[in-house]
Design a protein around this ligand. Structure first.
Ligand SMILES: Cc1cc2nc3c(=O)[nH]c(=O)nc-3n(C[C@H](O)[C@H](O)[C@H](O)COP(=O)(O)OP(=O)(O)OC[C@H]3O[C@@H](n4cnc5c(N)ncnc54)[C@H](O)[C@@H]3O)c2cc1C
Length: 277
């Protein structure tokens, strides 16, 4: 890259992404790519090195919910892309053109993106007689029954489901929602036959983090061994793209997915990756 080192220089544009989960980290890489393609958007006065991109995380490492090796690889990749990584730094206030950190430091930020996690809609906390947590998720038992009413079930992002041998609930992820749907289907069938509900156990198949067109890193969990295998580069990218297409096949079938794939190819050749206006 031809970018000047962005550390410590005044910049024409300071972009801050608050929250270094997968969403914040992937967005940082996409924005860095977009900043390198600014001339394509007619912004010839702005160079990539004029754009400072910072990812700010309250935990002591980025991707705190994922294995440490992934965090380390992601940090290295972001720094290679001239993205500043600030960890252990909770943001306490967002102002129009700056951020105030918990320790009182003020950071310039003309564009601030909040990516610090999900929150379920507030009306869930107002439902009569059901328990919710700080994020408005309905508290459920391992069987996905709500804690206060055995006839009401909840699953997916809107539910906080306990995990055996962990003090953290099942993470809000597509693979968890998918597995919970299967478990709940069995429970409902059992219920019709007067049988017991099925306790849900989350099976983490791994995670993949995509750094725009630069690289992909991830870990895959061995189903039998339960051990995690670290992957990166072309192999990780192949898994990432295949998973995406497999989801599309599950939703639309092979034929439509083929058409979508072709349309994606055409639009990629004709349109920018990120639409900036
Ligand atoms: C940017 C981003 C990237 C992600 N990447 C990944 C990833 O790579 N891998 C992964 O495993 N997970 C990923 N996730 C998380 C994943 O998307 C969620 O965990 C998953 O979609 C949860 O499924 P769900 O059915 O519980 O909720 P959702 O998919 O959010 O579906 C809920 C649906 O309910 C609708 N709805 C809401 N309120 C109402 C209402 N009052 N009435 C009717 N309908 C309503 C919503 O419009 C929505 O369509 C990502 C999430 C985000 C935001």
């Amino acid at each position: 890259t031809n970018d000047a080192d962005v550390q410590g220089q005044p910049h024409a544009l300071n972009i801050s992404i608050i929250g270094a989960g997968a969403t914040g980290v992937e967005l940082a890489a996409e924005l860095r790519l977009a900043s390198r393609e600014l001339p394509i958007y007619g912004m010839n006065h702005l160079k990539s090195s004029d754009v400072s991109i910072s990812v700010i995380e309250a935990a002591d490492r980025i991707l705190p919910a994922l294995p440490g090796r992934l965090s380390a690889a992601a940090t290295r990749e972001l720094e290679r892309q001239k993205v500043k990584v600030l960890t252990g730094q909770p943001v306490s206030e967002v102002r129009e053109n700056s951020l105030i950190m918990k320790d009182g430091t003020e950071l310039p930020s003309e564009m601030t993106i909040w990516a610090a996690g999900i929150k379920a809609p507030p009306f869930l906390a107002e439902l009569d007689g059901l328990e919710t947590n700080r994020g408005n998720q309905l508290l459920v038992e391992q069987t996905l029954k709500t804690t206060k009413d055995a006839d009401i079930f909840a699953f997916g992002d809107c539910a906080a489901c306990p995990q055996p041998e962990s003090d953290r609930p099942v993470p809000p992820r597509a693979q968890a929602a998918h597995q919970q749907a299967d478990a709940l289907f069995k429970t409902l069938c059992n219920r019709l036959e007067g049988k017991e509900a099925v306790p849900f156990v989350y099976n983490d198949h791994g995670s993949l983090i995509n750094f725009s067109k630069y690289t992909t890193v991830g870990n895959l969990m061995g189903n039998l061994s339960g051990r995690s295998m670290y992957i990166e580069g072309k192999v990780a990218r192949l898994f990432y793209v295949s998973l995406y297409r497999m989801h599309q096949v599950a939703l639309h079938g092979f034929l439509r997915t083929g058409v979508i794939w072709l349309m994606d190819k055409i639009s990629r050749a004709m349109q920018p990756r990120l639409k900036l206006h």
